[in-house]
Design a protein around this ligand. Structure first.
Ligand SMILES: Nc1ncnc2c1ncn2[C@@H]1O[C@H](COP(=O)(O)OP(=O)(O)OP(=O)(O)O)[C@@H](O)[C@H]1O
Length: 344
């Protein structure tokens, strides 16, 4: 079986701006894969390339072995997309919206009606089936986007920030539902800004920055790359100049030594194995230790470290004509998507 998603040197240019820069990424069938990156990293552009909303400028992109452009239909039929934006037909009852979507993917009407009921129950808004999209609360709208992604029974579910702005209850409901779907065999690609969400749900995550892949790893592997901080409270306190001296003395294992009040903070690779040595070294220098605490780097700190931004070097001023051409192209592509999503 080919990978669920495979891109090789994928490039997307909007005029002078390279939104995707030779991005090579493989998501295996059955994986729960997270795509993390700061605003503007290119996550939505990547997704839109897979679903045919954005035309790539270079490289290759395949979904279950199908080229996303030359075999658009096969690739797109395998994907259920819950986008960030609410792009839903506002004039029909939501059950009909789902039936249109299933119909567009070739599901006969009776079966489409059954599937619509089934997914509305699954996401918990079956009692709203005859209401229009505009009448739903924000959280219900998010649930509907997920229902619409599921109505075609996709092998690959793509969730673009599904829990942005939703309450804690719904966030947990969504987590439970997508975990179940993944256990049933659906491959999931999730973009999120919530590191905790990625840590809890994903088998592997790719961290992107400025259109590039920074790294791909499991959440645990990423955490192992971080440093620990050993905070030692000294009976006699410690001055900043003493801390600077200690940094030289403890240089064999300390990356950085700072003070915070009467506490000395020592950054090391592995706090657990380094603490005894540190205590010995401090005592040998006449310091009396009152208290000690080790804190592990959070995934969030590692993420911030990995994506610390250099200034963008591209400007957009010379990109206007290329942008216009792109916009015309995007609008044609969007036309196709609107048709597919059942939007008038
Ligand atoms: N249609 C477009 N025309 C021109 N530039 C675009 C277009 N769409 C996206 N961009 C630019 O491409 C870059 C990547 O944007 P993209 O929306 O893919 O990032 P993202 O990682 O999804 O961000 P966010 O987390 O804020 O949703 C940004 O600099 C953005 O301004």
């Amino acid at each position: 079986m080919p990978p669920a998603i495979e891109t090789v040197d994928l490039v997307k240019e909007y005029g002078d701006l390279r939104a995707l820069q030779e991005l090579s990424l493989t998501v295996e069938e059955g994986e729960f894969f997270g795509l993390l990156g700061p605003n503007g990293a290119g996550k939505t552009t990547f997704i839109n390339t897979l679903v045919g909303l954005v035309r790539k400028s270079g490289g290759e992109a395949r979904v279950f072995g199908h080229d996303v452009e030359t075999e658009y239909r096969q690739a797109r039929d395998a994907i259920g997309l819950a986008p960030q934006e609410f792009n839903v037909d506002r004039f029909f009852p939501i059950k009909e919206v789902l039936m249109h979507k299933a119909g567009y993917h070739g599901v006969p009407e009776d079966e489409a009606a059954e599937r619509a009921d089934e997914v509305l129950k699954r996401v918990g808004i079956y009692d709203k089936r005859d209401e229009r999209f505009d009448w739903l609360s924000g959280g219900m709208k998010r649930r509907l986007l997920l229902a619409r992604a599921l109505v075609t029974d996709p092998d690959l579910l793509i969730l673009d920030e599904p829990t942005a702005g939703v309450d804690v209850q719904l966030r947990h409901d969504l987590w439970e539902l997508v975990t179940e779907l993944n256990e049933e065999g659906t491959t999931i690609l999730l973009t999120t800004h919530y590191i905790e969400e990625a840590e809890r749900l994903c088998d592997r995550v790719a961290i992107m920055n400025e259109g590039r892949k920074v790294t791909v790893a499991t959440p645990d592997e990423l955490k192992e790359r971080g440093t620990d901080t050993i905070s030692v409270r000294l009976e006699s306190g410690v001055s900043a100049s003493a801390a600077a001296d200690l940094e030289t003395d403890l240089g064999a294992y300390a990356h950085e030594v700072t003070t915070s009040g009467e506490t000395l903070e020592v950054r090391v690779d592995d706090g657990g194995s380094t603490a005894p040595q540190l205590l010995n070294d401090l005592e040998a220098r006449g310091h009396e230790i009152a208290d000690l605490e080790i804190t592990r780097t959070s995934l969030e700190e590692i993420f911030v470290d990995l994506t610390r931004s250099e200034d963008r070097t591209v400007t957009r001023s010379s990109a206007s004509s290329a942008d216009e051409a792109d916009e015309a192209e995007e609008s044609q592509l969007s036309e196709r998507e609107r048709e597919q999503e059942g939007v008038a």
